[in-house]
Ligand binder design. Structure first.
Ligand code: SAH
Length: 334
């Protein structure tokens, strides 16, 4: 079902039903895992008939599971035959899932595997929710954290992604705490603005990857539309308005964006901002020529940031051996 609480309440009111029925419907679907409306025993016959007419509960399918240490990659087949991937990671703080938001991606970041297939379509809300439901059923355990960092640009599928967040965050839905949910965007400024106005307690991560327009233009085409000045401006507004710490993702590409000068430029850009930088060692792929920075270069970059009072961590690596790491997920098989 694609409907969030508010949408379902509106649907019920339009039918002349009481809006609290929304709670019962959500409980049946997301907590009791009952997908046949006829079995909703506390719901009246008329409403059941209406639900049967207006909604269909259908499931995407797990087509393949690859397992590595502390990580599993799931390939899903959607009802129209398209495919997307999601990744389950075991952290010391709990289980997290990295979900996909589109089939393919149009952002064209030069280093990313997911965008080699151009966007075929947006994922529907239920297709994102079901990535979580199906993985929870598969491992028979609850998931505590969700990151929207799989295939696709979530803010290029804004409405469906926001509905998805509302459903998984709903106490009668999957009840995943807002602070345990992170959306990552390459920097679609008007949507960051809309997102900030929603005032959700969800974390925001920005794929920055370069500290100057000259360099960012070369590796992230989105920068030609929303350049660093415009982006930084809205990010500062976001921090001021939400009082939340922002995550800055910075993938370490050998000899491209990992020079000392880049580190100093990044410090200047982020100075005084309530942000922390997550350095991502680049995951090389067969089709793309970028190389991972050496450990020495990453450490040097890290130390420059640290010395300049920028909060910084190096991302823990998961799943490289099963092509489940950042930037390696895809919507098509070889
Ligand atoms: N489109 C969104 C969501 C993708 S998140 C975004 O751009 O934020 C996936 C993260 O992994 C992004 O920061 C992306 O830039 C980064 N990434 C892409 N390819 C990578 C690779 N090969 N190695 C490491 N990180 C990569």
């Amino acid at each position: 079902m694609n409907y969030s609480k508010v949408m379902l309440e509106e649907y019920l009111l339009n039918l002349g039903e009481k809006k609290f029925k929304q709670t019962q419907i959500f409980e049946w679907i997301y907590q009791k895992h009952e997908y046949n409306f006829a079995n909703f025993s506390n719901v009246g016959k008329n409403l059941i008939r209406a639900l049967e007419k207006d909604f269909k509960i259908e499931f995407i399918k797990i087509e393949k599971v690859l397992e590595g240490p502390l990580v599993k990659k799931f390939l899903f087949r959607l009802l129209d035959g398209e495919k997307v991937e999601a990744v389950l990671m075991e952290h010391d703080y709990g289980l997290s899932i990295c979900v996909s938001s589109q089939v393919g991606c149009n952002m064209g970041c030069a280093f990313c595997e997911s965008g080699r297939l151009k966007k075929v379509r947006n994922l529907e809300t239920y297709e994102m929710v079901e990535q979580i439901i199906l993985i929870e059923e598969y491992i028979k355990t609850r998931i505590s954290h969700v990151v929207v960092m799989g295939i696709g640009e979530p803010f290029d599928n804004y409405d469906n992604v926001i509905n998805f967040i509302r459903i998984i965050n709903d106490s009668k839905g999957l009840a995943i705490g807002a602070r345990h949910i992170t959306i990552s965007t390459c920097g679609i400024v008007p949507k960051i603005q809309e997102f900030m106005d929603l005032n959700l307690q969800v974390n925001l991560a920005i794929s920055l990857h370069a500290p100057t327009n000259e360099l960012r233009n070369k590796i992230m085409p989105v920068n030609k539309v929303y350049n660093l000045d415009i982006l930084l401006d809205v990010l500062k507004q976001y921090i001021a308005k939400t009082n939340r710490r922002l995550t800055i993702e910075y993938v370490m590409l050998n000899m491209v964006n990992d020079k000392e000068e880049d580190a100093y430029n990044l410090c200047r850009l982020l100075k005084g901002m309530n942000a922390y930088v997550n350095l991502i060692p680049y995951n090389e792929t067969a089709h793309i020529e970028f190389k991972r920075s050496s450990k020495e270069r990453i450490d040097k970059f890290f130390n420059i940031l640290k010395k300049n009072n920028i909060n910084v961590t190096i991302r823990k690596e998961f799943g490289g051996n099963i092509k489940a790491a950042c930037g390696q997920l895809r919507s098509e098989s070889d």
